[in-house]
Every structure is written in C-alpha cells, then in structure tokens.
Design a protein around this ligand. Structure first.
Ligand SMILES: NC(=O)c1ccc[n+]([C@@H]2O[C@H](COP(=O)([O-])OP(=O)(O)OC[C@H]3O[C@@H](n4cnc5c(N)ncnc54)[C@H](O)[C@@H]3O)[C@@H](O)[C@H]2O)c1
Length: 329
C-alpha cells in the first residue's frame, strides 16, 4: 500500500521522525520531510539524522523543507504542489521538564502547530493523518495499565497539557472534515539517535564517561520503555488502518515497565561500569509510572513490540560509541 503513498513527515530531522522516514522510503513510499531545527538540542544531531535518511533514499524519493509547521499557508501550498496523500505529524517541542520553563513556546509549537498541520492536510486533500500524542496525557492516574478509555483531564506538566489539547483539536477537526486521524500515545521511546535530554541517553553518556548520574526520587518510579523500531512499526500500521476508524487513539508502549533502579543497573551492565548515583528529590512534572494497556493496539493494529529494554539499550550504546562526534556535539 505504501508504494502509492506520498507522505508528509513533520519533525523528520528528529529522533523518531528520522527512523520513520527511513522505514517509509525502504517500504516504497515517497516522503516530504519538514523540520525547523528547533534549538531544543543541537543541529548537528539533526543534520546527522537527515544524512541517515539520505542513505535510505536509493530512488530519490525524499525531499526536505526547512519550514515551521505553524506557517499553515506555506505548508499547505507546498503539500499541494508535492501531491501529498497523507500526513504523519511528529514535530513538537518534546520533553516534560523543559516545558515548565517555557509553557507558551510549547503551546505555540504543539497546539497551534498541530492545528496548522491538520488544516493544511485538509487543504491539500490528504486522505489520512497520524499524530504523535504521549503517555504523559495519563498524568498520575493510579489505575494501571493505562487504557485509551481512561480519563486524561488531569495533566501535570505543560507538555502533557499540550498533548491532551492536540487530541481534542484532532477530534474536532475529524468531526468537521471527516479526515481520518490517528492519535498515538507513545510511551518513552529509546534506541539509536534518542534525544539527548532523555534519561537513557544521559545515563549511558555519563556512566560511559565515568561521571556520576542524578537519580530523582527513590528509584521506584517506572516507565514503559518502547524501542524506536516498534514505534515506527506502530505508526505505519496505524497509517495503513486509520481510514477504517475515523478518529482513533492507540497506545504504543513496550509492555514491560522498568523501575528507575532497574534501568540504572541495566545501564551499568551494558556499559560495563558500576554507575555512581547522586540521590536527588522528586522532579516537578514527572509522573510516577507509565504502563501501556496494549489490548486495543494489538487487536486493531496487530501491534506487538518485540525489543526488550536490555537489547534496545545495547543497540543505543553501540550507536553512541560509533558516533561519538555526533553524541558530543
Ligand atoms: N521520544 C519520546 O519518548 C516520546 C514520547 C512520547 C511522545 N513523543 C512525541 O513524538 C514526537 C517526536 O519526538 P522525538 O523524541 O522524535 O523528538 P525530537 O525533538 O527528536 O523531534 C521533534 C522534531 O520536531 C521539530 N520541530 C519542533 N518544532 C517545530 C516546528 N514548529 N516546525 C517544524 N519542526 C519543528 C524539531 O526540530 C525536531 O527535529 C513528538 O511529538 C513528541 O512529543 C516522543
């Protein structure tokens, strides 16, 4: 099916976006990538990600635009000219902790940006859209695992609040335009090229360099970590199936919650060095646990994550060792 598709990927120079573009190209789709090189982390990493996409583009089916997604008219005109058939919207200011210092910037890129991308997609005659939401929408819900039908009206960070808002905006857009839209709640994504602000990246870098790491809280908080190849597989499955659902939310998780203490121990094993840990207080905005109920995504998408935290961390560490100049940039 993808062979006939011409897909807009926003945030293509980012971590998940670059992996997705490679996979789409390898499956025969044409891809239009958009990214504005948000300064949240270094441009050199994003240039490296784009170079990885170029390596997968054997048939010249990838075009990149350095463009802000909030510029709806420019975006729609470009999509029209390119003949885009569908959209995967990943561009966002990502990250929970930095959102506390910049709630307006997050609202601009994530909320306005999502409306702009959806409106431009309809203007350009797209047949489907898939958007990144986040497990953070579940806030500090105590019932686990988190199911798509659980209440998500108690976000505890500006970032989470923007993602809940995106889901509402997408629902209204679907209601008014009938554009099929999938909202995917990703649970902490990891693997080669992971964002440098995320705990796994930080821990691998610091333990590898023999530096101490900060542990926030007592280490019993837990996350459902999801390997990036599993996320990409879930995105493609939802892209292929969303027209049969109209508007649908799906969890994409790893199915095995890992405590912070377990993660730190595994990082030590992978790197081959005992981590030195500084005990710190709890970080505001951080949720206590995440754990995806995958019943719906298994039943409706055939989604089945297959990479363990240990195996995925080995791959992430191998990538970091092989690309020191990018990691240290
Ligand atoms: N990585 C995770 O663990 C995780 C978990 C849940 C949800 N998500 C969501 O998945 C998506 C991708 O996350 P990621 O980890 O790859 O992040 P990333 O920061 O690596 O990628 C996002 C990309 O979007 C671009 N961008 C930001 N604002 C833009 C704008 N206004 N116009 C154009 N481009 C813009 C950035 O330059 C960046 O390259 C995001 O929507 C994020 O919120 C990620």
């Amino acid at each position: 099916m993808l062979k006939n598709e011409h897909i807009l990927v926003t945030g293509c120079a980012g971590f998940i976006g670059s992996h997705l573009c490679q996979s789409l190209l390898e499956q025969g789709a044409a891809v239009v990538g958009v990214d504005s090189f948000d300064p949240f982390y270094g441009r050199a990493r994003k240039e490296h990600n784009l170079a990885m996409i170029a390596q997968s583009d054997a048939h010249g089916r990838f075009v990149f635009h350095d463009m802000d997604i909030c510029n709806q008219e420019v975006l729609a005109e470009m999509m029209n000219k390119a003949g885009v058939t569908g959209t995967v919207h990943l561009a966002a200011k990502a990250g929970v902790r930095p959102s506390i210092a910049d709630p307006s910037g997050y609202a601009m890129s994530n909320v306005l940006g999502t409306q702009s991308v959806l409106s431009a997609s309809s203007q350009a005659g797209c047949k489907r859209a898939v958007c990144a939401s986040s497990s953070s929408v579940y806030g500090n819900n105590t019932k686990v695992p988190f199911a798509e039908t659980d209440a998500v009206n108690r976000p505890i960070s500006p970032y989470a609040a923007t993602k809940v808002s995106c889901e509402l905006i997408a629902h209204a857009h679907h209601h008014l335009t009938q554009l099929p839209i999938a909202m995917l709640r990703f649970f902490t994504v990891f693997g080669p090229r992971q964002r440098p602000d995320l705990a796994m990246s930080l821990f691998l870098s610091k333990v590898g360099a023999g530096e101490s790491i900060n542990k926030f809280g007592d280490g019993t908080t837990s996350r459902d970590y999801t390997f990036v190849d599993d996320i990409v597989d879930g995105i493609v499955r939802s892209y292929e199936r969303i027209d049969g659902h109209g508007y649908r939310i799906w969890n994409l998780g790893g199915d095995h919650p890992t405590t912070l203490n377990e993660l730190i121990a595994t990082v030590g094993e992978v790197v081959g060095r005992e981590p030195t840990v500084h005990e710190m207080g709890v970080q505001p905005g951080d949720v206590e646990r995440t754990w995806a109920d995958l019943s719906r995504s298994r039943d409706e998408l055939g989604y089945s994550p297959s990479t363990s935290v240990r195996d995925g961390l080995e791959q992430q560490w191998a990538w970091m060792c092989a690309h020191r100049e990018v990691v240290d940039s």
